[in-house]
Design a protein. Structure first.
Length: 267
């Protein structure tokens, strides 16, 4: 393996950096891919990532691998060639055409590593998915075989399982990881507790799209009041007619992860 792609989520550019992978990254030329750029404040995400001191700005790429027409995939390929050959212009393209490049994609679970590979393959080979993807972390469970993503230049990529942080230093970090979908909700506590943290962040960042969607009169700071109202808005009731606040909390989190409640960099 000659080169590495460290794949992180644009919503948690700093929290999503795994210290276990530092030595590996020092040993190989690498670049940072901040995926899911459609969900975050991109300028803030780049600033946070740059503050880590691990990557130069020209070695960082924002991507949206779900959007078939996104120019970010082409920018990613250009950055791969620039990092691999450390040159620019026609000479870089000529050398790339004459060589085969193999990269390994590493990072936390569920940050879009497989989606990055599939996007490159879709754009440069016009072929379908080769790396499995899913909404929950842990879909990729073993290092996959070499996946060809480009013919000219010839580029191969190895997909890898997500490598979780060796320890989670605080409850707040655990909440950030869960909001970004890196860990499953039930591992950090009741879903209502995570929804409470999300409500706090939305109010703190003055992202009040939730007020309009849930038909509130204004920003709400009490999670119990909010979830009761949200459950009625969603017509979510349990047997006996009580509002299903757990369902309302899950809906709230899902809408945030889909970018329906505003764009936010959580760090």
């Amino acid at each position: 393996i000659a080169h590495l792609i460290y794949n992180a989520c644009t919503q948690i550019p700093l929290t999503g950096l795994n210290p276990l992978l530092k030595n590996i990254m020092r040993a190989r030329p690498n670049l940072l891919v901040l995926n899911k750029m459609d969900l975050a404040q991109c300028d803030h995400s780049l600033e946070w990532a740059e503050s880590s001191g691990r990557w130069k700005k020209e070695h960082m790429v924002l991507t949206n691998c779900i959007d078939n027409g996104s120019p970010s995939v082409k920018e990613l390929m250009q950055t791969i060639l620039r990092v691999c050959f450390k040159k620019g212009g026609e000479q870089q393209e000529t050398e790339a055409e004459a060589m085969s490049i193999t990269l390994m994609v590493i990072g936390l679970p569920n940050v879009g590593k497989s989606s990055v590979i599939n996007a490159l393959r879709r754009n440069y080979l016009h072929k379908g998915k080769a790396a499995p993807v899913g909404k929950l972390p842990g879909v990729t469970r073993a290092v996959q075989g070499k996946i060809k993503v480009s013919r000219n230049p010839e580029v191969y990529v190895l997909d890898t399982p997500g490598v979780m942080l060796p320890s989670v230093p605080s409850t707040e970090v655990a909440f950030k990881l869960a909001l970004a979908g890196v860990v499953e909700e039930h591992l950090v506590g009741p879903v209502e507790m995570l929804a409470d943290y999300l409500l706090f962040l939305l109010n703190q960042h003055n992202l009040l799209e939730y007020v309009e969607f849930y038909r509130l009169s204004g920003a709400c700071e009490d999670i119990d009041t909010f979830l009761l109202h949200a459950a009625r808005r969603l017509n979510a009731f349990m047997t006996g007619g009580l509002p299903d606040t757990s369902r309302a909390a899950r809906d709230f989190l899902l809408r945030f992860r889909r970018g329906k409640l505003g764009l936010m960099t959580i760090n």
